[in-house]
Write a protein that binds this ligand. Structure first.
Ligand SMILES: NC(=O)c1ccc[n+]([C@@H]2O[C@H](COP(=O)([O-])OP(=O)(O)OC[C@H]3O[C@@H](n4cnc5c(N)ncnc54)[C@H](OP(=O)(O)O)[C@@H]3O)[C@@H](O)[C@H]2O)c1
Length: 296
């Protein structure tokens, strides 16, 4: 089948989709920002019309959560308007769209995992821009899947794992937030989930359209995630020295954008409707660290 990927190889998820597609028979048209800027509706129309894909994966997004507080116009332009242009064009051309969204659409007040239909109440500009993008997509195009995910990491691109390893080069002690609960998710597992959906669509010509959650398991905190990163990195000899991690509270570590205290996403619907299970982020972390080591 012919898959058109926005965001190209520049992003964490986009890069993984490209790597995994190489192992399949699919024809992949991966368009980087320079080739397709999703905020340019004419370009979106022209390129989708030219390539006539069977399905579109939108991996393009503005993801700089703190920077978005100072650049709301750009965040909304990409995450809301860009999504709207893709949705409109896909609707006109009758092409389904697989789109990725975020745990940051929720406010974090709930103490248990968020269900798909729980009330969204984003607490930062990035979350608000992604939430508006979701809503426009739902209103515009029936044949869509929105996959909400969280705490994305991988061997490629910028993420928490890479930041921790970088900090470990110069520091021996770190303070990491220990009161925010969520779930790390590897870009590799997200790409695999997206390609599974593409294959199901190819087989059946339909998918159980709608919004789903897809994250790693089990729930954790940034503090525990960091501990796990350093433990595994030492085991793999990526890191030689011991790093002391001190738990800090969200209040002690203020950031420009407010983040939800609890952003666990319930995956029940994903399991029952899509027959897709949550991946173990610890196993995925091991794969990512081995890949990072191989590149050293
Ligand atoms: N990262 C996370 O922790 C996280 C958490 C939850 C959900 N998500 C969602 O998961 C999806 C993938 O995230 P990711 O981590 O792979 O993001 P990423 O690494 O930031 O990649 C996003 C890609 O989109 C490109 N892009 C930005 N503006 C564009 C535009 N106008 N047109 C076309 N491409 C554009 C970026 O190019 P440049 O790099 O050149 O700007 C980059 O290559 C996003 O929808 C994101 O909201 C991510």
């Amino acid at each position: 089948m012919k898959i058109l990927l926005t965001g190209g190889a520049g992003g964490q998820v986009g890069w993984e989709v490209i790597q995994q597609c190489k192992l399949t028979q699919h024809e992949l048209v991966a368009l980087a920002l320079e080739e397709l800027d999703i905020t340019d509706e004419t370009q979106v129309q022209e390129l989708l019309t030219l390539h006539q894909p069977d399905i579109v994966i939108n991996a393009a997004a503005y993801t700089a959560v703190d920077k978005a507080e100072d650049q709301p116009e750009i965040a909304f332009k990409v995450n809301r308007d860009g999504t709207a242009y893709l949705a409109r064009t896909c609707n006109n051309l009758k092409i389904p769209l697989l789109h990725i969204s975020t745990d940051y659409v929720f406010d974090g007040e709930k103490t248990s995992p968020y269900q798909v239909n729980d009330k969204a109440n984003p607490q930062n500009v990035y979350g608000a821009s992604k939430w508006e993008g979701e809503q426009i997509l739902r209103q515009t195009l029936n044949e869509h899947i929105i996959l909400r995910t969280s705490w994305v990491f991988g061997s490629y691109g910028n993420n928490f794992v890479k930041t921790m390893l970088k900090l470990a080069e110069t520091r021996t002690e770190l303070g990491i937030v220990a009161d925010q609960y969520g779930a790390p998710t590897s870009a590799q597992s997200i790409a695999s989930c997206l390609l599974t959906l593409c294959e199901r669509y190819e087989q059946n010509n339909v998918l159980p359209w709608g919004t789903y959650h897809f994250t790693g398991t089990p729930k954790t905190t940034w503090f525990d995630f960091a501990n796990n990163i350093f433990k595994q990195a030492q085991y793999l000899n990526i890191l030689e020295k011991q790093i002391k991690i001190n738990p800090v509270t969200t209040q002690q570590y203020p950031t420009k954008a407010q983040r939800p205290i609890n952003s666990q996403l319930d995956m029940q619907l994903t399991k029952t409707q899509l027959s897709i299970s949550p991946p173990s982020w610890e196993d995925d972390l091991s794969i990512v660290l081995k890949t990072i080591k191989a590149k050293q």
